[in-house]
Write a protein that binds this ligand. Structure first.
Ligand code: TA6
Length: 304
């Protein structure tokens, strides 16, 4: 999005009446709204960050902290942060930002379109630059495509613009709204091996559906499985499909970790859970020059 355009000019160029419009949450913090016949989604240019996805007349499907920051350089707490080019703490330099830099930069609005006259789609881009190269030497381009149809589809195209291969870890770090963390279960990862980030140590194996009664921070590995949140309190299941991902991260901070995060309300942990389409740990990906890796997730809610 050219910063020289006024908001009105941006809406003339990229808006579609009743389906796509751009406004500013605060000055210089543009947010694009996508409206289909059955749902609404919003995406911030900052971080290429999907903020919300709400089927008409339903509870929001994605969770967003009431205490989130909305300013350049700070990751938004909730929605779908884009994690690139490393997942978690930097492997060797603790001075570098956790979860890489893609989620704390302004992305460029590339284009919008309306599919079949009713399903909105927006495309953002992020290219390497001086700052990113000071943190990670490789040349890259990221393209984010968000499409609102029967589901919310989020596609991250990771292209190697350099002359030699690069290896990265990445994730679509989705935060989901739930009625109460103690009353849900996550199906789909039964019998899957995982790294327990809280204890470290050898791989564990998931026995049965995932339930919660304490902090949980698991990286399930070598899995392309679809996950399903069963939420009796909201009388719904949330189906989380993915592609181009061999790790799934499941996280709830519970009480103590919530209290340590300034952008996370002390009691907010009861209303959220993360199911992240990732490539982490030994599922890191290596992309050859001029090649592109597609990481995507599709989300929808169904009544139960
Ligand atoms: O997704 C799990 C995780 O790696 C947790 O360890 C926790 O740190 C979470 O990401 C959020 O990280 P952030 O840097 O956004 O506070």
């Amino acid at each position: 999005m050219e910063t020289t355009l006024t908001l009105d000019e941006i809406n003339i160029r990229y808006g579609h009446e009743n389906h796509i419009f751009i406004e500013e949450k605060t000055a210089g913090f543009p947010i694009i709204t996508l409206q289909s016949p059955t749902a609404t989604a919003t995406v911030a240019a900052h971080g290429g960050h999907v903020l919300s996805y709400t089927p008409n007349g339903e509870e929001p499907v994605l969770w967003l902290s009431a205490l989130s920051h909305y300013k350049e350089g700070k990751a938004i707490r909730g929605g779908i942060p884009i994690i690139f080019p490393w997942f978690g703490p930097h492997p060797s330099d603790t001075d570098k930002p956790s979860h890489g830099f893609a989620r704390t930069r302004f992305w460029t609005l590339h284009s919008t379109r309306l599919i079949n006259g009713e399903f909105p789609q927006v495309r953002f881009q992020l290219m390497d630059g001086e700052l990113t190269r000071s943190l990670w030497p490789s040349k890259f381009s990221l393209e984010l495509v968000v499409t609102l149809q029967e589901s919310l589809k989020v596609e991250l195209f990771i292209k190697n613009e350099d002359t030699k291969p690069f290896t990265c870890t990445c994730a679509l770090h989705s935060y989901f709204a739930v009625s109460h963390i103690s009353n849900i279960e996550i199906q789909g990862l039964e019998k899957t091996s995982f790294i327990d980030q809280l204890t470290g140590g050898p791989l564990k194996v998931q026995e049965g559906p995932i339930t919660f009664n304490a902090e949980k921070d698991n990286i399930y590995v070598d899995t392309a499985a679809t996950c399903k949140i069963i939420d009796p309190g909201f009388k719904r299941a949330v189906i989380v499909e993915k592609s181009g991902s061999l790790s799934t991260v499941i996280w709830n901070p519970w009480i103590d970790k919530s209290a340590r995060m300034s952008d996370f309300g002390d009691d907010e942990y009861t209303g959220m859970v993360c199911i992240e389409a990732a490539n982490a740990a030994h599922n890191a990906i290596t992309i050859s020059p001029s090649q592109t890796h597609l990481l995507s997730t599709s989300i929808r809610a169904e009544s139960i």
